[in-house]
Unconditional design. Sequence first.
Length: 108
Amino acid sequence: MELESLKGEELAEFIGVSTRTLRSDMKALNDYLESIGAYIRSTRNGYRLNITNVNLGGSGATIGLLISMLLVARRRQKQMVALGMPPAIFQINEPVIFGIPIVLNPIC
């Protein structure tokens, strides 16, 4: 899948700076992004953001689970999302980890 690049002229016009200012700002931004595992690639087609360092896993991945449940869940499961999302935002994932097996149990 080919991702779309953003032309430098369009980006400069959108944020209201010259293309020269945009290039120097992109260099400074790129220096910072490289320290957190991302970079902006500049090609003749434009600028593209690439993220290379993604650490998902453990109980911190419950937000993705809650979002997917919100999109496709039934009424009872959406109640679990409503109860589990606020604590999950603050990395308190026990309501989701221990609550979802109970909510999804077909015997209950």
